[in-house]
Design a protein around this ligand. Structure first.
Ligand SMILES: NC(=O)C1=CN([C@@H]2O[C@H](COP(=O)(O)OP(=O)(O)OC[C@H]3O[C@@H](n4cnc5c(N)ncnc54)[C@H](O)[C@@H]3O)[C@@H](O)[C@H]2O)C=CC1
Ligand SMILES: O=C(O)C(=O)[C@H](O)COP(=O)(O)O
Length: 387
């Protein structure tokens, strides 16, 4: 059996190695010729899987995407050919939740403000949005949810988007990208909506770039320096609008979901699904794949202040490093004046490929040596509190 896998998918050899021959490829540049003799195709978000890619392949048994989003997959086409498909719902939701939470702590620190005193609005209350809400609730931040698709069937309370914008100091976006339908999200934040943000709003986008009209965002930011923006995703990836970057407080190349646990979970979910499709027993476990954190335990004496919480979070992941590297990459590209392709070949994708996967909070055991109640840190995701 030939298994064709994206080169940026960890643990493929460990999980799929017994099943056949593995060939790894650059997912963004995968051709129909390369894909023609694959029995199993394992992709990430940068590969468009459609009739054009699979037209030469008459034997494919399974397509898997180790991602939450499926906007790169023509699922109707796969269904029309009875090709089993699976993505990995929720695989990196914790990674996104923690990334967003850390980004908010960074903003609070930068502007000498307090996250705890804010009201945060989550647009899209599925896996990633709920993961953000969980971190915020653990810390005691007031959260409002907007999700008209599930509002009638979900027991949580929801507000309209207008109410959320009106009441929230911070807004974080967690919707899939959809171009049609009553609840389409393409340019959900267009110029009018961006202009309707309250003074001093923080706006974070870690879902898909085109949920915000990036050209309009530049225009609005030119008039309104009070709005603070965090972008992990960009319209037109892998070639973001370079002129937008200076208006963004924290800028990263679509790596909010890049925790080691998140990536391992994505590959593992596809392994489990393939074994089911093949009717074989799955005998591998995910936990055995993950290495220990370089420091597994940290002792704290008292309830951390917001600044100490940021320090604790930076111990796991210092978002400023990725922001700095992203800006350096953009600077090189703009000085070469090669916006098209350069960001792809030398920048955006390269930075994603070489990204050293951070760990999730759960990899760190935090032990309380004092009397203070720090159990909420375990709700945030850390292990071993209070022992
Ligand atoms: N930056 C990154 O690294 C990552 C980005 N993503 C992106 O985030 C998206 C969301 O991921 P999940 O939360 O796991 O998906 P999910 O499917 O669990 O949740 C999405 C939620 O958005 C809601 N929704 C749909 N249209 C909406 C609208 N117009 N207004 C408000 N809510 C709406 C849905 O009802 C659903 O509850 C993915 O589709 C993917 O594009 C996901 C993982 C990592
Ligand atoms: O899961 C998703 O959806 C994402 O956006 C992924 O985290 C993106 O990662 P790649 O698949 O592009 O490596």
């Amino acid at each position: 059996m030939k298994i064709l896998a994206d080169e940026n998918m960890p643990y493929v050899q460990q999980l799929f190695g017994d099943l056949g021959t593995i060939e790894t490829v650059n997912g963004r540049e995968l051709t129909p010729e390369q894909a023609q003799d694959a029995d199993v195709l394992l992709v990430r978000s940068v590969t468009q899987v459609n009739a054009s890619l699979l037209s030469l392949n008459k034997k494919i048994k399974f397509v898997g995407s180790a991602t939450i989003g499926t906007d790169h997959i023509d699922t109707d086409y796969l269904a029309s050919r009875d090709i089993p498909f699976s993505n990995a719902p929720g695989c990196n939701a914790t990674a996104v939740g923690e990334f967003v939470f850390i980004a908010m702590l960074e903003l609070a620190n930068r502007f000498d403000d307090s996250l705890k005193s804010k009201t945060v609005g989550i647009v899209g209350a599925g896996n990633t949005g709920s993961a953000v809400a969980k971190c915020l609730a653990a810390y005691g931040v007031n959260v409002l949810l907007h999700d008209p698709v599930i509002a009638d069937s979900d027991p949580r309370d929801f507000v309209s988007l207008d109410e959320l914008i009106h009441r929230c100091d911070v807004i974080s976006l967690h919707v899939p990208i959809t171009k049609t339908g009553e609840h389409k999200t393409w340019y959900l934040f267009d110029e009018a909506r961006l202009n309707s943000l309250k003074p001093d709003t923080w706006l974070l986008n870690c879902c898909r770039g085109e949920v915000i009209d990036n050209r309009a965002l530049i225009k609005v930011k030119q008039q309104r320096s009070d709005i603070k923006v965090v972008l992990d995703v960009w319209e037109g990836e892998p070639n973001p609008m370079l002129e937008l970057v200076p208006y963004v407080e924290l800028a990263t190349p679509h790596i909010a979901g890049y925790s080691l646990e998140g990536k391992a979970r994505g590959t593992y979910m596809l392994y489990m699904k393939l074994m089911q499709v093949l009717g074989q027993e799955a005998d591998k476990s995910m936990t055995s794949l993950l290495p220990s954190l370089w420091s597994e335990q940290l002792s704290i004496e008292s309830v951390p202040s917001e600044k100490s919480l940021l320090q604790l979070s930076r111990f796991i992941y210092d978002l400023r490093d990725d922001d700095e590297q992203f800006r350096a990459m953009i600077l090189i590209n703009s000085s070469k004046n090669k916006r098209v392709n350069c960001a792809n070949n030398n920048g955006f994708d390269l930075m994603r490929k070489n990204h050293k996967h951070r760990r999730e909070f759960s990899a760190l055991r935090v032990v309380s040596t004092g009397q203070s109640d720090v159990n909420w840190l375990s709700n945030l995701g850390f292990s071993g509190i209070g022992q």
